[in-house]
Write a protein that binds this ligand. Sequence first.
Ligand code: SF4
Length: 417
Amino acid sequence: MSLPDPESPLSPGEAEALVAQAVDAGRLERGPGERLGANLRVEAVREAVLQGAHASKLAAKGDIVTVSRNIFIPLTNLCRDRCTYCTFAKPPDSPEAKTYEVDEVAEVVRGGVLTGCIEALMCLGDKPEVAYRSQREWLAARGYQSTTDHLVEACQVAVEGGMLPHTNAGILDEEELARLRPYNASMGLMLETTSPRMRDKGMPHMHCPDKDPQVRIRMHEHAGEQKIPFTTGMLLGIGENVGERVDTLLVMRDLQDRYGHIQEAIIQPFHPKPGTPMRAASPLRDEEVAGWVALARLCLGPDMNIQAPPNLAPLSGHDGVLELLLRSGLNDWGGVSPVTVDFINPEAPWPALRELRRRTEAAGQRLLERLPVYPETVQQERFFDPHMWEKLPRYANDAGYARSSKNDNSQSGEEAA
Ligand code: SF4
């Protein structure tokens, strides 16, 4: 028997049946996933997907949506890769190139603690010292042999300063992951896409050895072997097709099935940025982004934490986009900072936590603050180095959410202002 062409039109009734099957099974398989994905532009199909995803989320997560109050520390914005959509990475001779001194890290951490933040998000370019002699010299002058040496110390400083680091430093090998684990509550790497085509000539990852999908999958596996609570994610709209998006989601699911360490999947739309080779590329429409958030929920199942960043979707001018996302099956807004900007997407300000809470509640859901790790993970000792495990009760309440926040009926930081 031949399978239906994924591109063939779906009637609303057929879409509803495929969605109902996926909700019942707790997972959406490749064939129906591709058919639904290829038809997301049809409003009735998209609505069926959104409704199924939202019902699945409500059944497993109730009315809770989480957020992490964080500070963003771009430890270095030098990077050996050259993704054609990126404005974060700077060459060493740019006036905007910057690598943080450890004292500067400590200062940002102090600001985070004062405003009630728990998560210190360490986000940085990938192995800049491999590409740039000046960066090797910068590191050597401070006694470091690699960016990872510097990063380990920065994480130690953040922990000592009273915060919980979450590191996303690009590709790290097994030894580097093991060195960082004692000083990180969780770590992450956007899988972005499993499509090897993105590394072809003229494609966004042509000059990016660290964007080889197999290399990224391997790092997810190493993190799984070391029981590191791990954040993954898919980047939408850099040239991948529907089948490749579904494949990316299924690879995430397979990693979770094998290791159980995938704590969340971020569904992040690409935005064209001025000055980049992809400045004229068309991003996905908000409705399609919401459709893919919903398909992620259906593919990855009711228990996965699905995140869509609230500062990225609204750029395309859709006033009700947060509300649209709130009925697409997500249960997390990611990190929101009252202190620092989103250095990856500086053009997209985070909504104030107060505003995020108001709109989440207006949509009939509740906003709770979490740590960099999710409540269900916080309570599992096997996921933490003893050094980190003993620190967690200071930050988590009995249910595993963040202490000293609205969760415990006290105001702090931005919301008290
Ligand atoms: S790896 Fe990350 S920081 Fe480096 S160029 Fe690509 S998107 Fe930018």
